[in-house]
Design a protein around this ligand. Structure first.
Ligand SMILES: Nc1ncnc2c1ncn2[C@@H]1O[C@H](COP(=O)(O)OP(=O)(O)OP(=O)(O)O)[C@@H](O)[C@H]1O
Ligand SMILES: [Mg+2]
Length: 363
């Protein structure tokens, strides 16, 4: 089922503003083409002989698309109620008929991968300096993690991204909605207004496009991800960013001591695997904030004086990791710590009322 994007936020803002103060026009922004993203709904399986009850069962477990099924192992699918090995095989075969390109065992050429990656987009962090070291901004279909001690700007970055995700660009990105999962109760709608003003967006329209959920414990945080994929499925192509601030806070409370560490890491692994799938299935950017701890041995090996929590499971799941630290006044330092394609570098940024931006001299 093909899904067309509705109006970009900028257009909505222009409609909402009565005083006509917004000077942005389509000409000034360049022509923005609507994205054409094709999702294959699990409902299509009915045409390939899959029972409605089984489709219902898939949806109940947060699997709404054919790609979602293809990203699940047969073992995982067979844990669903009434799903025998034979049934799982039948469903997998049906998916292969609907969407053969991504069927397991089908290789793509490097050029085809290049073509596929054209649907990726990047979101500006509000700081050109940070955007530069992470390759243009926070990228869709991948997980970006920022970690640092308190007051280094992790939540401010999350708030800034809530706004910039809604900003159309002259590269054809139309802007979109944001899903915000808050585990620390630090989301502040009133922080959005000055940031929206800075980017000349209507703050009410911006707030209306942020879907907020408070997670109360690590299990609830995991369950919320099913609602996230349901929502992304309900409004295909509309959501561009999923934020979790912070990924580890509730896990650290719910699992204490070394005896519970294995269980914690295994649950964390499930959550991160789900996040990775969501980011690919719906072409959204996933932005996680993370806490730190001190570990002298780790610091010596990695040339950092802090260590992100979450261990190897989180380290391997995050595509891009950025370490933040404080400098003088409102200045902060961001260091690209782990990236599949870029060298490690560090830059300065500042936190202002208008959100994260660059220090004066580089703006
Ligand atoms: N409106 C604003 N204008 C300028 N600076 C602000 C504004 N609001 C917050 N800050 C600054 O942002 C910093 C806090 O950043 P943030 O809340 O992102 O920290 P954090 O890294 O998320 O910390 P924690 O680990 O405690 O969650 C503080 O130094 C605060 O003064
Ligand atoms: Mg915070």
């Amino acid at each position: 089922m093909a899904a067309k994007l509705e109006k970009p936020v900028q257009e909505l803002c222009e409609e909402i503003r009565e005083d006509g103060s917004d000077t942005r026009t389509e000409e000034s922004l360049g022509h923005i083409e609507e994205e054409d993203i094709t999702f294959f709904d699990v409902d299509l399986l009915v045409e390939h002989g899959i029972a409605l009850d089984d489709i219902k069962q898939l949806k109940k477990s947060g699997i709404n698309t054919v790609k979602g099924i293809q990203m699940c192992t047969r073992k995982k699918l067979s844990t669903l109620k009434g799903f025998s090995e034979e049934k799982v095989n039948k469903i997998k075969d049906a998916c292969g008929k609907i969407c053969p390109v991504s069927t397991a065992g089908c290789f793509l050429t490097g050029l085809e991968v290049c073509e596929q990656r054209k649907q990726l987009f990047t979101l500006t962090t509000g700081s050109k300096n940070i955007d530069k070291i992470i390759g243009g901004g926070v990228e869709s279909m991948s997980i970006t993690e920022v970690f640092g001690e308190a007051r280094t700007g992790k939540t401010q970055l999350a708030h800034t991204l809530c706004v910039t995700a809604q900003l159309p660009t002259d590269t054809g990105y139309t802007g979109g909605k944001v899903m915000y999962i808050d585990t620390e109760r630090t989301f502040r709608p009133d922080r959005i207004k000055p940031i929206a003003d800075r980017f000349e967006l209507d703050s009410n329209a911006v707030l209306d496009n942020i879907l907020y959920a408070r997670a109360y414990n690590s299990e609830h945080q995991y369950e919320l991800l099913n609602s996230v994929s349901d929502k992304f499925h309900e409004e295909p192509g509309m959501f561009k960013l999923l934020i979790i601030d912070s990924i580890m806070a509730l896990f650290r409370v719910d699992f204490t001591g070394s005896a519970e560490m294995t269980e914690r890491q295994s649950k964390l692994g499930l959550m991160l695997s789900k996040l990775q799938k969501i980011s690919e299935e719906y072409n959204v950017a996933v932005f996680l904030t993370n806490q730190i701890t001190t570990d002298l041995q780790y610091s010596l090996i990695n040339d950092l004086d802090i260590k992100p929590v979450g261990g190897n499971i989180l380290a391997h799941s995050s595509t891009t990791r950025i370490a933040l630290r404080k400098a003088k006044g409102n200045v902060r330092i961001a260091r690209l710590f782990d990236s599949p394609k870029l060298e490690e570098q560090e830059v300065e940024f500042v936190i202002r009322n208008g959100g994260v931006s660059d220090p004066e001299k580089t703006e």
